[in-house]
Design a binder for this molecule. Structure first.
Ligand code: PLP
Length: 327
């Protein structure tokens, strides 16, 4: 049973969930990555997802796919860049549920990693529209919706990264899972949790979940794109909408005190563009048996190493979430 349904049994009736992966995902100490006073722990989300792709997008789909089915929408229409992990996870898991996927994709620098993703996207059976820029995607939206409507049923439209208020519950659930691991003694209570922020659902969901679980853990969202608003205000609003959704479905709780910060220090020239720091972080992680990818997790690790070295994380443990999931 999901932690959210245990936390508020009323949600068991009103908030459908489909298990797509096996939790809890493993946690371990990584002493070799401690560049400062905070001990470094890893929670490996790459192992989450039983349908050919893992990582943080599968957590969101566990709450989204049942809603697509409840509304009887035959197609999901969503957005991303060429190498989108979100688009790939959606295509694979929706296909298993008998739901089609249409993707409108904007350009990003093409390297070997992106080329591999594009091959997997092609093989997934999703319909791909290369809309190139955000402006053209917005202009084409009415056409895309009409094109993917069938028998008067519009597509289920999801924002980039699946960070709708409902998708964001995937990381409220993960925060409750982390709280249970702390409770069980598998992990010390982290002072900070560091995650990449691409569309913000991971950051906002964790911040809300830790507040609901009563953990004194601050979330650091490491911004990896300038194509979406990922500042404190936008993230706070997303968390508020997810909290409002939980209340509408019958959960009762006091106003959560969100504890999180956003940093753009590792963005560099932009989405998918490596920096010297992200490349170095990737190499350092790989010597500790942790494989990162260049777009998200390398920049989040660069932030962790830099902040810990400066003493900005204090001396309580820091938890790094490996959000990536090729399988
Ligand atoms: C999408 C993605 C993220 C960003 O998560 P958001 O919830 O969109 O902010 C982080 N890491 C990886 C590997 C991703 O694919």
């Amino acid at each position: 049973m999901p932690y959210l349904h245990q936390w508020s049994p009323a949600l068991g009736e009103t908030l459908p969930h489909r298990a797509l992966g096996t939790g809890p995902t493993p946690v371990r100490a990584v002493p070799g990555l401690a560049s400062g006073p905070a001990a470094v722990w890893l929670k490996d989300e790459s192992s989450f997802g039983d349908g050919g792709w893992g990582g943080n997008k599968v957590r969101k789909l566990e709450w989204l796919l049942p809603d697509v089915e409840r509304r009887r929408r035959p197609t999901i229409l969503t957005f991303g860049a060429l190498g989108t992990n979100w688009g790939l996870a959606t295509a694979l898991y929706a296909r298993d549920a008998g739901i089609a996927t249409a993707l409108a994709l904007i350009d990003q620098p093409i390297d070997a990693h992106v080329r591999r993703q594009l091959e997997r996207l092609d093989a997934s059976g999703a319909t791909i529209h290369r809309t190139r820029t955000k402006g053209r995607t917005v202009a084409l939206a009415p056409w895309l919706i009409a094109r993917h409507s069938s028998r008067f049923r519009p597509p289920y439209v999801l924002p980039a990264g699946g960070s709708s208020p409902l998708g964001t519950l995937g990381y409220v659930e993960t925060a409750l899972e982390i709280a249970a691991q702390v409770e069980a003694g598998d992990l010390p209570e982290p002072g900070h949790v560091i995650v990449p922020a691409g569309s913000g659902g991971t950051t906002a969901g964790l911040a809300l979940g830790f507040a609901l679980a009563g953990l004194s853990t601050r979330v650091v969202g490491v911004v990896v794109t300038d194509q979406l608003r990922l500042d404190r205000e936008a993230m706070g609003r997303l968390a508020d909408k997810s909290a409002a959704l939980l209340r509408r479905r019958g959960a009762t709780f006091a106003t959560p005190r969100l504890d999180f910060e956003m940093t753009t220090d590792q963005l560099g020239p932009g989405y998918g563009e490596p920096t010297p720091e992200s490349t170095a972080a990737m190499e350092r992680a790989s010597t500790e048996g942790l494989t990162l990818e260049p777009v998200y997790t390398a920049k989040a690790m660069a932030a962790l190493l830099d902040m810990n070295e400066r003493g900005d994380l204090g001396d309580r443990p820091v938890l790094f979430l490996n959000t990536n999931g090729p399988r």
